[in-house]
Design a binder for this molecule. Structure first.
Ligand SMILES: *Cc1c(COP(=O)(O)O)cnc(C)c1O
Ligand code: SF4
Length: 371
């Protein structure tokens, strides 16, 4: 496998995020040439692109082993014909985000926080994207008029104390544009924390520059959440990006989607989560794959997810174990799904199983009078 360092020596622009962005693989021709595809594979890619565009940074493409058609990184970013297969339970907007959107670009589902979609653009598109119905549709970032509307909604809703800037990927925006958005949010007194959801440390780690981090530092408290899906994404470049973020003072979390044929085993996820913790990145959520159209081949059963969580819990550091959630179809929000450790429960005692399957009892306190 050809590694990133070899490419960096050949292409002077390699370490520059704008160069990476400008040289993305976006057509079936480019993908076919780079991955030595057959005519059929190339036609399949072509077929998929009308539903959801493709873009892969040269850096991320360099992580693929072109000789391996089952390469997990390849499955994450290169279309396969399965995307065109209809699936009985598919939904266009499975999370009901349009229903919970009081003004364009804002999803207000939980009492104290909102999701703020600032761009539909990503540097690299994940084939399993939950927002594939809209992500990748257009390249522009939020207009000034739409920003004003979103900010005025947040300003007039004093219960909002947490704004999650997402997209698309907000870190594909120019630093000045992002600063403009964050400055507007910071000027709202009841906005306590600002969060940024980004896959840039994974697919475009050179975007994490001193310039970006010193801009963000002016607007603390900011939490950053990234999105590693497979241990193969953890490279020296990605590790450097994560270290720079944490060293600059931003808590860094991670969310992962459970994906059939990519990371659906306790061994792979254990390796991923332990490596994340090593980089001081806290695994936050593991998502059950949702019902978006064209991603049925990525879905595992819910039980597979529960079994994986059961295998990890207690066996590795608690810090390395995320919450496993299903983002409920129809806009119910994230629901934690767990292995059931409680075998029985009454007023006297709770009977439980530990991580090794041994049985323990906990005597109940007497209920307080009046309860
Ligand atoms: C995930 C999500 C959030 C953030 O939820 P947390 O559990 O606080 O991380 C907020 N709004 C929407 C619509 C979401 O989907
Ligand atoms: S980075 Fe996020 S928004 Fe962009 S394609 Fe991947 S899952 Fe979708």
């Amino acid at each position: 496998m050809k590694r990133c360092a070899d490419y960096a020596a050949h292409y002077p622009g390699w370490g520059d995020w704008k160069w990476q962005y400008a040289h993305r693989i976006t057509t079936a021709e480019e993908a076919a040439a780079y991955l030595k595809m057959t005519k059929k594979e190339k036609a399949d890619v072509e077929n998929c692109l009308s539903a959801f565009r493709m873009a892969i940074t040269p850096y991320y493409a360099s992580l693929i082993d072109p000789a391996d058609p089952e390469d997990p990184i390849r499955k994450i970013c290169v279309p396969r014909i399965e995307e065109t297969y209809p699936c009985a339970n598919d939904m266009a907007d499975p999370l009901g985000e349009e229903h919970d959107s009081p003004v364009p670009n804002i999803v207000h589902r939980y009492p104290d926080r909102v999701l703020f979609l600032t761009t539909l653009c990503c540097s690299t598109y994940c084939r399993y994207c939950t927002r594939r119905r809209v992500v990748g549709e257009e390249d522009r970032v939020i207009t000034e008029a739409a920003l004003k509307k979103a900010v005025s909604y947040i300003r007039s809703h004093t219960e909002i104390r947490d704004v999650l800037i997402s997209g698309g990927d907000p870190l594909v925006m120019k630093t000045e544009k992002l600063e403009h958005i964050i400055r507007e949010l910071r000027a709202i007194p009841h906005v306590d924390i600002i969060r940024i959801g980004t896959r840039v440390p994974v697919v475009l780690p050179m975007r994490i520059t001193d310039e970006l981090l010193s801009m963000l530092r002016q607007y603390q408290p900011i939490w950053i959440n990234t999105h590693f899906a497979h241990p193969g994404e953890i490279t020296p470049e990605a590790a450097r990006a994560c270290a720079a973020i944490v060293d600059a003072g931003f808590p860094l979390g991670n969310q992962t989607v459970l994906l059939r044929g990519i990371n659906d085993s306790a061994e792979i996820l254990k390796e991923l989560f332990l490596k994340l913790v090593h980089m001081r990145v806290r695994p936050y959520y593991l998502y059950q794959c949702d019902l978006s159209r064209g991603i049925g081949h990525f879905r595992t059963t819910v039980d597979e997810g529960i079994d994986i969580m059961h295998a990890l819990t207690g066996n590795i550091s608690g810090y390395a174990v995320p919450k496993f959630v299903i983002d409920a179809p129809g806009g119910g929000g994230k629901i934690p799904v767990n292995y059931n450790y409680i075998l029985s429960k009454n007023e006297q005692e709770v009977v439980m199983e530990n991580f090794q399957g041994k049985i323990y009892k906990y005597p109940q306190a007497e209920a307080r009078p009046g309860r």
